[in-house]
Design a protein around this ligand. Structure first.
Ligand code: FES
Length: 113
């Protein structure tokens, strides 16, 4: 890990707080809400807010495999890519790269605004 990479890593929570089958809310610096998922020991993060109607996926979503379904209107997204997979969702969710270091989940903010 280079120094510049390390500087862009922001700690979110302990890895063991992200349970398979559940969706954990985390906040980025500045308060942006992200949803954290764990599937088969791999960790993923997307924006928490559904792109269709402002639902919180950590509050009103459910996860099955690599797909998160929004309970408001049953749209869904692939958590690996953010791709919208079921109508009425047609706009992708933003995804965030994660790193697991010493049992801690970090988001790599890169040059994100
Ligand atoms: S608000 Fe999520 S599918 Fe409509």
């Amino acid at each position: 890990m280079t120094a510049s990479t390390r500087e862009s890593l922001v700690p979110l929570c302990a890895a063991d707080e992200v349970w398979e089958g559940a969706i954990k809310l985390a906040l980025l610096p500045g308060g942006r809400r992200v949803a954290l998922y764990q599937v088969d020991g791999e960790y993923f993060a997307t924006d928490d807010t559904c792109t269709h109607g402002e639902a919180s996926l950590s509050e009103d979503g459910s996860i099955e495999g690599h797909y998160v379904q929004c309970a408001w209107h049953n749209g869904s997204f692939d958590i690996r890519t953010g791709e919208a997979c079921a109508m009425p969702c047609s706009v992708a969710l933003r995804t965030w790269p994660l790193r697991i270091v010493d049992g801690q989940v970090f988001v790599d903010m890169g040059d994100a605004p």
